[in-house]
Each structure stands twice: as C-alpha cells, then as structure tokens.
Design a protein around this ligand. Structure first.
Ligand SMILES: Cc1ncc(C[n+]2csc(CCOP(=O)(O)OP(=O)(O)O)c2C)c(N)n1
Ligand code: SF4
Ligand SMILES: [Mg+2]
Length: 554
C-alpha cells in the first residue's frame, strides 16, 4: 500500500525514513511504501546517495538539493525474528507512528555512536516488541514501569545510555507515578513518549490523553470533561519540575514536524551522553487502525486536530547551562553487605554457612502459620526463615495480612529447602501452626496427609478432626502466660514445630532470635518458651503419637 505523507519538501538534514519501509523522494513529493520485503529492498540498501528515483521508471537522477537515505540504521537488527513467516515486515500497522519514531531513535543512536552502550526499555502497548527491532541492550518492563526500570539500570550502569520508550496509556495512566518521580529525581535517562491519544494495543480504550469529544470504546459518546476529566498534558506537567533538563512536544503531522521530531529525539539522547539528566520527548503520533482512518488522514489529524489540544514546542530546556549530574557511588562488594546492614555483628556468618548434607539436600519443608494480627504469626515465620538461612538452606517467607492494624487476620508461608525454591506460595503445608480457631478452620483441610497441625486450643473442633495426620492441640497462650507472658505463645508453638520437624539446628534458631529480637528480655523468655514447646511434644510423643519424619512425604 502507499501512504502519501506530505507534499512538503524535505530539508536536506532530514532523512525521512520509515522503519522497514522503502523510500521514494522526488522534488515536491515524498511517498513511503511500508511493508516491503527485505529481499525486495536489498537493492535499495545502499549508503546515503545524492540520488533520486523518478516515479515513472525508477532510474536514479542526481540532484544535489536532496539527500536520500535508503536502508536501515545500524542499530536495527537486519532481520526481525518475530515469526518465521513474517520476518520481512514489522508488526506495526501501515501508517503507524511507532515505526517512524523507531527510525528516528535508531538514527540518533547511530549518529551518536552509542549502540554498544544503549539499553532500551520496552513498554507494554503496541510498541512492546521494540526489542525485536533494536540491536541494543533490551529490557521489557511491566506496564508503566519503564522509568522505574530505567532508574535501576542507569544507577547500576551509569556508563550506559538508557532510553525508556512509552505509550500514552503506559506513561500517563498506569505509569503516571513512575514518570513523575523519575523526572523529579532528574534521572539520567531519555524518555520517548509516543502519544496517540488512546490505548491502541488493547483495542481503543480512552487514555488520560484522549481528546475531549474523541470516541473510544470506553467513551462511546466522546470524552466528556465532566465525566472523564480533561486531557492530561504530561509535558507541561513535568516541565513544572525543577530537575528535568529538556522537555519538548513534537509531532508526526507533516514532514516539517517530522524533521523537528528527528532533531528533538537526537538532542534528548545527546543530553544523556553528556550526563545532564532527564530529557523527555513527547511525540504526537498517528494510529490509523484504532482511529479508524486512512494513514494519510490520520497523519493530518495529528497536525490539524491533535495539535490544538497538545501544542508543539519546547517546555523546558536548560541543556546549555546544565552541569553533568554527579555519578552515583560504586556499589559496595557483596560480601560487605551484611556488615553494612549491621547483621554481621549479630552472628550472621559472612557469605552463608553451608552445612548442607545429603539429608538437607533433599529437604523441602512447607509451613503455614496463621492467626490474629498481634499474635506474632509473622515473627514465627521470620525466625524459621532466618534460622534456615543461617543453616545454609534455601528459604522463602511470604507474609499475608489484612488491612486492619489490630485484630486482623494474618498468616505467612514459609519454605525451607535444600534446593532453590520455585515459588514461595504454600498451598498444601507439611505443618500448619494455627494460632486461633478461624485459622484452623480455614487451613486444616489443606494440610498434606502425614503432616502436622499445631493448634492453639484445648479442644479440636469436630470439623477439623483428621486421622491422616498428627495434631497437637493445647492452649499455648495459657502455657506462655504461666511462663511469664502470653505473647510468647508463638514461641512455645515454634518449639513444638522444631521438635516435630527436626530440621533446624538449635544454634541457628538461637542466632535468628538474637538477630530479630532487639530486646534481650524477650530472647531469654522466648528461649524458655521454645524449650517448653520441645518438651511438650516429647512428652506427648512418648505417650502416643508417632514422630513425623520427612521420609513420610509422598
Ligand atoms: C498491569 C497491566 N494492566 C493492563 C494491561 C493491559 N494493557 C496492555 S497495553 C495497554 C494500553 C497501552 O496503551 P499505550 O500505552 O497508549 O500504548 P499504545 O498501544 O497506544 O501504543 C493496556 C491497558 C497490561 N498489559 N498490564
Ligand atoms: S493499532 Fe495503532 S498504534 Fe498499534 S500498531 Fe496499529 S497503528 Fe500502531
Ligand atoms: Mg496510546
């Protein structure tokens, strides 16, 4: 198909190119033919030549007034390995602005000679596949999170050029917090913000940038300010912040706009090569498919309609006077981290003590601890996980609690294993520690046959009776109160659990307690509580119940 872009002349410094498109430039007319195949195009992949093709016979004529570039930027892959049978075309619709922006960005990367140190963060949206096109370092971020990911990259790799590429839904809706704070921190990143006033990839829902009156699947009658608010002017908003260096809105509405967009994108990336900080270029970009327009009509709509709501221009530019941001300090070596965090002194062996033996290599113990908030449910899980770490095991601890500050429910999933843990979720525990009756009701059926329930209550509710596992029911709260403080019930129950499972050395439990409990008074009480729990189980086993062993697992 043919897409007449404009009848305007192309300035010599503007090489108008479309990603994966052949180009035909004649005096007075520019036409672009998207989606030609790589093979078809091979002949045209020559370096920039002062040559033109006439529309009629495709022969070249020299004309020094124009410079025409055929071929792709060096920072694009030579083939687009998306699908075996579709490598000759991009995934973008004909007339889509994303391809044009890609080409501009690739050209800037080439010209600045930064391909080897560029890291491009792809968003969620129609441009999710940027990593299929750019032969640079690529990361795909969750929806809206590109500036946060870019922050991590630029801080850990300050020598890299980090470019966050985002759509308007991605940047101004779900990712509005990320962009605001990255800009406010003046991160040394470049953001390319492609605004097509709609969520295109998902089929045309309204975005914060949707124009008043514009129809979308979620505003079928047209966007109405009283209902959906006004279009969000992200460039203007971000320009009110002190930190950003350069913010400009450009468009793809005609060749003049495209030339300006090309310059702006290059400048934004160049600012980063100088270490100046945060630059953002917003590009008003056509989406013929979702706008339900022909490509040329969509392009004109950018210029004639979109631009009225989103005026083009520079909103902030202090690149001339800005000084390079100081580089972040080097991260400390990993082995120093425990000391810096203040945990080495409390007994954490530097670099983890691996007392792994054959028995623990096969270990995979799954535990669930549940009760009311305030009963020490999460602490019990933490002690297990910390002690497991100390013993050189793989561990996970996943807390789960409601929004209430007091008396809400609370539970945690703990895994102790000899091998790396695939998921921290424990749906069928080997051991359930139920610190109240609602928790027992909720989780008793989930315990694996052959496992254990340790229940904080003297009588087991009939519905929770199970004959295929071991159950120890006592009022641990009363026992702890007799010991000195009812709040130590969790540690009495932990003592039972430790005696039942027998996988953690006492020294590791002791080290974990000392690390987690700041008040020595509690360490002393909890150690007595643990001993009480261990003895309780020993006594009850001596009377009846067989000991639970790991080999019982199916
Ligand atoms: C967390 C999350 N929420 C929602 C979605 C669904 N989703 C995918 S793309 C998209 C909108 C993309 O719009 P935009 O950023 O404007 O990009 P465009 O497709 O228009 O280029 C949404 C809401 C998702 N993938 N992930
Ligand atoms: S739906 Fe719109 S934004 Fe998405 S690829 Fe097609 S034209 Fe581009
Ligand atoms: Mg969009």
């Amino acid at each position: 198909m043919s897409n007449e872009l404009s009848s305007e002349l192309i300035p010599e410094d503007c090489v108008l190119t479309i990603l994966d498109s052949d180009l035909d430039v004649r005096k007075g007319t520019t036409s672009v033919v998207p989606h030609t195949s790589l093979n078809e195009r091979e002949g045209a992949l020559a370096p920039v030549q002062p040559a033109l093709r006439t529309a009629q016979n495709e022969t070249s004529v020299s004309n020094p007034e124009y410079a025409v570039a055929h071929g792709r930027a060096k920072s694009f892959y030579q083939t687009y390995e998306r699908k075996a049978d579709l490598q000759h075309q991009t995934h973008y619709c004909p007339g889509c602005g994303h391809g044009v922006v890609h080409k501009m960005l690739a050209r800037a990367i080439d010209e600045l000679g930064i391909q080897d140190r560029t890291i491009l963060i792809a968003p969620v949206g129609c441009s999710v596949f940027t990593y299929y096109y750019f032969d640079v370092g690529n990361i795909q971020a969750a929806h809206g999170r590109a500036p946060a990911v870019a922050t991590g990259v630029t801080r850990s790799r300050p020598e890299s050029i980090v470019i966050a590429y985002q759509g308007d839904g991605d940047l101004s809706a779900i990712g509005s917090a990320e962009i605001l704070h990255a800009a406010n921190r003046g991160e040394n990143i470049t953001v390319i913000f492609v605004n097509n006033a709609i969520y295109s990839m998902t089929g045309g829902q309204a975005a914060p940038t949707t124009l008043l009156g514009q129809k979308s699947t979620t505003t079928p009658g047209g966007r109405n300010a009283a209902n959906e608010g006004y279009p969000l002017h992200m460039s203007e908003l971000l320009a009110t912040l002190e930190a950003p260096v350069y913010i400009e809105r450009v468009g793809l509405g005609d060749n003049k706009q495209i030339a300006q967009a090309t310059r702006a994108i290059r400048r934004a990336v160049e600012n980063q090569t100088r270490g100046l900080g945060f630059s953002l270029i917003e590009v008003l970009s056509p989406c013929p498919t979702i706008w339900k327009m022909q490509p040329v009509e969509a392009q004109h709509w950018v210029r004639d309609v979109m631009e009225k709501t989103f005026p083009l221009g520079v909103f902030k530019d202090r690149a001339k006077d800005a000084q390079p941001k100081p580089l972040p300090e080097n991260a400390p070596p990993l082995e120093q981290v425990p000391r810096i965090l203040g945990v080495a002194e409390a007994g954490l062996p530097e670099g983890n003590a691996h007392h792994m033996n054959q028995e623990t290599a096969d270990l995979d113990l799954r535990l669930r601890v549940a009760g009311f908030g305030g009963q020490g449910v999460l602490l019990l899980g933490e002690v297990l996980a910390e002690a497991g770490l100390d013993a050189g095991l793989e561990v996970s601890w996943l807390p789960s609690y409601g929004p209430e500050m007091r008396s809400g429910t609370s539970n945690c999933h703990v895994r102790l294993a000899g091998q790396p843990i695939d998921s921290p979720l424990v749906t069928h525990p080997d051991v359930l520690v139920a610190m109240n009756e609602p928790s027992l009701h909720k989780f008793c059926a989930s315990v694996r046959p052959g496992g254990w329930i340790v229940y904080n209550g003297d009588t087991l509710p009939a519905e929770c009776e199970r004959t295929d596992l071991h159950i120890l029911a006592r009022s641990f709260t009363h026992l702890a109160a007799e010991l000195g403080d009812a709040r130590a019930a969790n540690m009495v129950m932990l003592g039972v659990l430790l005696e039942a499972t027998n996988v953690l050395p006492e020294a590791s439990i002791d080290a974990a307690l000392r690390r987690l409990l700041k008040n020595p008074k509690w360490v002393e009480l909890d150690e007595r509580a643990l001993a009480l729990g261990r003895n309780l189980l020993k006594e009850s086993l001596a009377q009846s119940t067989p000991r639970f062993t790991l080999s019982q697992k199916s």
